[in-house]
Design a protein around this ligand. Structure first.
Ligand code: NAD
Length: 351
């Protein structure tokens, strides 16, 4: 079956998001939540990811009447094929990227560099087809160390990890394409702060803390664990993204906007709250310092409120409660949790 045939089976939509949305990274943590939210709103979604839900034959599949999932790698797929997928879409949300911060220091940087290339190819295809809106997932990792108060989008960018450098490069590319003299596209680069919630990757610190509390296995803690981080519940990031798709911007406009939760807490404070929920402490083992961790992350959300009319709704306590509700179903009383594919345990906020 040709992809174009599959795409033609997607029905038109009747919501304000009046055209299909192409989302990259739809098999990832945030992507799975976003595609569900779009489908729920009757917006047809074309998902692109190197991974694909099972079972599949390695090509495209209609997962349901609103979702067409395409298994493809943005760094290698034919530009003509990418442009074909973009032909009918009203917006692109670009989430696909390498996301392992620690690996970015070593040979893993090849994946992060490839993500930048994938971003450029996607933007070029959007430019060729005339996609009106691109929303791109950037990161709080583009900010430098030593930021003490809430950081605004105008603060100097000074990434402290190769991952952050790659995110900044992708963000800048998107703005350059938006501001091209003959551009017909507008871009919102959302700087996501550390996300959490049901379905987050096993290697992410909040999941690992729940696992450590249940299993009693100590979790290595880098640094003092007392630096406050902003924790953002995944549904809030999804809503920020939906708002960015619909935000009234002119062609040629490119904006960077923080998207973050309203609560900041240190790793030790989060561990305490998780311990209370589970009814057993999170055992932490102090392990020294590590390069690349942002000193502190708190977001100024003024621009998000003004441009997107968005503000986070789910606080840290409520988000942790929801995540625990979801996770505890996976913990059989007598068996340790099965985090198949889990990365080495490390207490680090992932961005
Ligand atoms: P994730 O790792 O769970 O998902 C990323 C998805 O992208 C994966 O399914 C992967 O297969 C896909 N992908 C990677 N490279 C691809 C390629 N070349 N072609 C097609 N698909 C590809 O990540 P996530 O947590 O859902 O994050 C989504 C985005 O948000 C990323 O860009 C990330 O940098 C950014 N972000 C995330 C957080 C967070 O806390 N989760 C914070 C800040 C920014």
């Amino acid at each position: 079956v040709e992809r174009s045939d599959l795409l033609s089976q997607l029905p038109p939509t009747s919501t304000t998001l009046s055209r299909p949305v192409l989302v990259t990274g739809t098999e990832g943590f945030i992507g799975r939540h976003l595609r569900a939210a779009l489908v729920e709103r009757n917006v047809p979604v074309i998902g692109v990811d190197t991974r694909c839900p099972e079972p599949n034959d390695g090509a495209s599949l209609i997962v349901n009447s609103r979702l067409c999932q395409v298994k493809a790698d943005l760094t290698t797929m034919e530009l003509s094929e990418l442009s074909g997928l973009l032909a009918q879409v009203g917006a692109v949300v670009h989430l696909a990227a390498a996301t392992d911060v620690a690996a970015s220091w070593d040979t893993g940087f090849a994946d992060h560099a490839a993500s930048v290339l994938g971003t450029q190819r996607l933007l070029r295809a959007c430019q060729l087809v005339g996609v009106p809106r691109v929303v791109l997932a950037s990161s709080s990792h583009v900010y430098g160390p030593g930021v003490t108060g809430p950081v605004s989008e105008d603060a100097p960018t000074e990434p402290t990890s190769p991952y952050g450098v790659a995110k900044l490069a992708a963000e800048r590319l998107a703005l350059a394409y938006a501001r091209h003299p003959r551009s017909t596209m507008s871009v919102v680069a959302l700087r996501f702060f550390t996300a959490f919630g049901p379905g987050c990757r096993p290697a992410m610190v909040i999941n690992r803390m729940f696992t450590a509390a249940v299993s009693g296995q100590p979790l290595p803690l880098y640094g003092t664990g007392t630096v406050p981080h902003t924790w953002t519940y995944v549904s809030d990031l999804v809503e920020a993204t939906l708002a960015a798709i619909a935000a009234p911007l002119d062609a040629g406009q490119g904006l960077v906007v923080n998207a973050a939760g309203s609560d900041a807490a240190s790793l030790r404070q989060v561990a305490e709250r998780i311990g209370d929920l589970v009814g057993a402490p999170v055992p932490l083992r102090k392990t020294g310092d590590r390069a690349g961790d942002a000193a502190a992350t708190r977001a100024d959300l003024t621009r998000a409120a003004l441009v997107l009319r968005w503000f986070p709704k789910v606080g840290l306590d409520e988000g942790l409660r929801r995540q625990w509700q979801h996770l505890r179903k996976m913990f059989a009383p007598s068996a340790p949790p099965d985090w198949s594919g889990a990365a080495p345990s490390r207490a680090e906020p992932s961005r």
